[in-house]
Write a protein that binds this ligand. Structure first.
Ligand SMILES: Cc1cc2nc3c(=O)[nH]c(=O)nc-3n(C[C@H](O)[C@H](O)[C@H](O)COP(=O)(O)OP(=O)(O)OC[C@H]3O[C@@H](n4cnc5c(N)ncnc54)[C@H](O)[C@@H]3O)c2cc1C
Ligand code: SF4
Ligand code: SF4
Length: 820
């Protein structure tokens, strides 16, 4: 007979348990109560919502249609206040009574508020301007309030507090994080790692952190004006977010006579102690003395409970979970699992510490198995470590392989070696088997699998592993994601189609592209720079510039530095200058008290530390064109001394470098273009590792290499052609650059583009004119060359009134060090 199943709590555990029961064809009529007036959403994504990287629609796990489709009665916005265990009824605050045969309590937790004077308003809950961070309503309220204010204080330096602080920066400029303990995330990190994290949070994110900070009072009569610490310090602020911990929501259970200690006490089948028909899962449940505050354990609990309650496996047992966590803050990598300190003399401890880079890694190994890991500053190994930790896998003899890629991807988890039930995505509880199931059912794109399974949609650590599993499961038939081929994320077209449409409709500004080519005309901020670059490439001087489509570097023609000042790099073609020019640069540097004068890797002189408002004056005094040390554009041509002076030189590399730079200066591209010309194969100008490198060889010939790199990626370029004259080098350089400009994806450097397209194909088009487009490429590059204007001339008539107004915040940021 169909049984009546009632679930109290429509959060992550409650809904997941119901999903698992449905998956086992459980014979129940299901009624759910949730006191939040919504369907079921992914609470962990509230951090991403606050940080502006996720929308409200994007965080729903099950919308209202899911309940309807599965015949579930959802009472959203209805709170249960009492359970009658004997009459088997639940009573809600709206006066209704609902009978059950089986009951699941999944009431989760609530935010705990430390005893702080004045934190509550006697009539209205929190004082105005004070927020907890637990629900969608909390997050909405916080965003609304923060938008109209400037300074926030977050109380609590754990995962949640850090994510709240980072998210708030999206809405207001000044954020201070107060932590009562001696170092951040003390539950997951040891002292050293905690201090390293603090330095990164302060220096990279600009969040002020105060540790050992006991907040004693909220200041302000009608609304918050500040907080007071135990040592008397007052921090003025308009918004206070409390992220000081959570407590299990056990009131209903306790009021109804169930056994409650710290949480609702359950056995290995998640059955409430001494009850036959009442179960509890999630953060409100206390299992073998443990309470869990993360999602991974509740996936395991939900499975066991579903197996048991549906009769699929009445003996299924939950025996506890191992915990791993990751901070979801862009730019700050932190992951932690298991022990944070050794416990026995035999525990093997492996530590790598590089304080200057903010990198700290610690592993604790016991009897050959990983029992603890801390990663700060580099999470690249987090996914494989979590797998080793969860599954007690044998570890490589060379322990360093666990922390670094040594000579290849040895330390990577191989999909074929993983059992089907290995959990890949801990945030959303997705196993390898579930991913393979979706692939086998016909979905063969990584993003499609992610949408269907939710794998990779939490903290994101597992995305590379998800991708490897999809590729493996698809057996070489993985399909490219359609969105992956779009030139920019906000316009659903690959580059050739997009260019054709731009030409057809004569779209000459970024907003014209959105208006015409995006359904609903929605302007996507992340797409603007890529579109601006493409349009400039296509329309040269007919391009209609819109300043908001530019990144700050492109608005003021200088590279923004970490302290908010800019660098000024005057042009120095081929690395050649004159005494007069040098003198002028030195005089300007003195006149403006330039904090650092530095020779760059691209053979130019960098004047570092220039405030934005001084840029026009300094450019005028220098009276040298811009050296293009910013922007996705042609940068420099590095040269060696070549045949003029060098004993080995067989070609005049300096003259050719200067000629190339003169011709292609300032050219826009999908990525930066760095070139070099070297006078013989000894390669003093490092031409083999440039986007385009030219090498003089015997017999007056020149070799042209393309697709090289020596930055974050290292790659020796491929030989494009060997030619007889400098003129031929210049002609092929122009043609290659134009072909790259027209065909590469936005931000795709030549070192990725050349191997993707293939040097044979590029050679056929650029050198042998196999597609008959050489003439068009030559004409297009000529047009771009003719459209060159020195951007520093803008100093005379700024493009906008605020273009060169100070950009420095009023607070002091880390300063670029002055060296003498
Ligand atoms: C901002 C944020 C970020 C997080 N990030 C991560 C992360 O990165 N990784 C991770 O593992 N975990 C994270 N967590 C924790 C994770 O969200 C929780 O572990 C998870 O939501 C717990 O699920 P639950 O179902 O037990 O509780 P909840 O999701 O809180 O669901 C319980 C539901 O029951 C309702 N309820 C309570 N009492 C009653 C009642 N009497 N009647 C009706 N309804 C009731 C509650 O209102 C709530 O909707 C984060 C949490 C927050 C707030
Ligand atoms: S690359 Fe050859 S020509 Fe150039 S400086 Fe070095 S040795 Fe001399
Ligand atoms: S390598 Fe480039 S990006 Fe990295 S620190 Fe140096 S200047 Fe900055």
């Amino acid at each position: 007979m169909t049984q009546r199943l009632v679930v109290i709590g429509n959060g992550m555990a409650g809904a997941r348990t119901v999903e698992e029961i449905l998956a086992r064809n459980g014979d129940f009529t299901v009624t759910m109560f949730g006191d939040e007036p919504y369907g079921n959403y992914n609470r962990i994504m509230l951090s991403n919502l606050l940080a502006g990287v996720e929308s409200e629609e994007g965080i729903y796990l099950n919308d209202l249609a899911w309940y309807q489709d599965n015949g579930i009665t959802l009472n959203a916005g209805v709170r249960i206040e009492r359970i009658d265990r004997f009459a088997k009824m639940v009573y809600a605050t709206d006066g209704t009574a609902t009978p059950y045969d089986k009951l699941i309590i999944a009431t989760g937790s609530y935010s705990w508020t430390p005893p702080i004077k004045n934190i509550h308003n006697p009539k209205r809950g929190f004082h105005q301007g004070v927020f907890a961070f637990r629900t969608l309503d909390d997050t909405r309220g916080m965003i609304r309030y923060a938008r109209d204010h400037e300074r926030a204080v977050v109380i609590g330096g754990g995962l949640l507090g850090l994510e709240a602080a980072r998210g708030l920066q999206n809405h207001l400029s000044d954020v201070t994080l107060l932590h009562a303990m001696g170092h951040l995330m003390e539950r997951q990190l040891d002292e050293k790692a905690g201090h390293m994290l603090q330095a990164s949070v302060e220096n990279k994110l600009g969040i002020k952190v105060i540790t050992n900070a006991m907040t004693t009072e909220i200041l302000g009569k009608d609304r918050v004006t500040g907080v007071k610490l135990a040592d008397g310090t007052v921090i003025p602020c308009d918004v206070v977010v409390v992220a000081a911990g959570i407590r299990p929501s056990t009131q209903v259970a306790a009021d109804s006579g169930l056994t409650v200690e710290r949480g609702i006490v359950v056995d290995d089948q998640m059955r409430v102690q001494d009850e036959d028909d009442i179960y509890s899962v999630g953060e409100c449940a206390q299992h073998r003395g443990n309470l869990y505050g993360l999602v991974a354990p509740l996936w395991d609990q939900a499975k066991v409970l579903a197996d048991h309650i549906t009769g699929r496996d009445t003996e299924a047992a939950y025996t506890g979970s191992k915990l791993s966590t990751k901070l979801k803050v862009a730019g700050i990598d932190v992951a932690s699992m298991g022990l944070i300190a050794p416990e026995t003399d035999d525990d093997e401890v492996i530590i790598y510490n590089e304080p200057k880079k903010g990198v700290y890694k610690q592993l604790i190994i016991r009897e050959g198995a990983l029992v603890g890991a801390i990663l700060v500053g580099d999470n690249s190994k987090a996914a494989s470590l979590i797998q080793s930790f969860d599954r007690v896998q044998a570890l490589p003899e060379e322990r360093a392989e666990l922390l670094f890629d040594i000579g290849g991807p040895a330390g990577e988890v191989k999909p074929e070696d993983m059992p089907d039930d290995a959990q890949v995505c801990n945030c959303n509880g997705v196993s390898k088997g579930a991913i393979c199931g979706v692939v086998n059912a016909g979905c063969k794109t990584v993003s499609g699998v992610m949408d269907k399974t939710r794998a990779g949609k939490g903290c994101g650590t597992c995305k590379p592993l998800v991708q490897r599993i999809v590729e493996w499961a698809a057996g070489g038939e993985a399909e490219e994601d359609p969105a992956a081929s779009w030139y920019v994320p906000g316009v659903p077209m690959p580059k050739p189609e997009l260019m054709a449409a731009i030409r057809k409709y004569e779209l000459k500004s970024v907003s014209a592209v959105f208006d015409k080519l995006v359904a609903g005309g929605e302007h996507d901020a992340k797409s603007k720079m890529g579109l601006a670059s493409l349009l400039k490439m296509m329309w040269a001087d007919q391009y209609v510039d819109e300043r908001d489509a530019r990144f700050i570097n492109d608005r003021v023609h200088g590279n923004i530095q970490k302290d908010g000042t800019f660098s000024v790099v005057p042009q120095m073609k081929g690395g050649v200058t004159t005494p007069a020019e040098l003198k002028r640069i030195a005089e300007v540097a003195e006149r403006y008290n330039v904090p650092m004068v530095k020779l760059t890797g691209g053979q130019r002189i960098d004047l570092l530390g220039i405030p934005k408002e001084q840029l026009p004056a300094i450019w005028a005094d220098l009276d040298i064109p811009s050296g293009y040390a910013y922007a996705k554009s042609f940068r420099t041509v590095k040269t060696c001394v070549g045949s003029d002076f060098c004993r080995f030189g067989v070609g005049d590399s300096t003259a050719l470098g200067i000629a190339i730079e003169e011709r292609f200066q300032g050219l826009e591209g999908p990525g930066k273009m760095k070139l070099a010309v070297t006078g013989c194969p000894r390669n003093c100008a490092e031409a083999y590792v440039k986007d385009l490198g030219v090498v003089a060889i015997d017999g007056g010939k020149w070799e042209i290499y393309v697709g090289g790199a020596a930055g974050a990626h290292i790659r020796k370029g491929d030989l494009l052609a060997t030619v007889d004259s400098a003129e031929e080098v210049i002609r092929l350089t122009g043609r290659f650059l134009q072909y790259y400009r027209e065909n590469a994806n936005w931000l795709e450097r030549t070192y990725a583009w050349v191997p993707r397209v293939g040097i044979e194909k590029i050679r056929a088009v650029v050198v042998d004119d196999a597609e008959g487009i050489a003439e068009a490429l030559d004409a297009a590059i000529e047009e771009a060359v003719q459209a060159y204007k020195d951007p520093w001339k803008e100093r005379a008539v700024p493009a906008t009134p605020g273009q060169f107004r100070t950009s420095l915040p009023l607070t002091v940021l880390p300063q670029v060090p002055v060296r003498s």
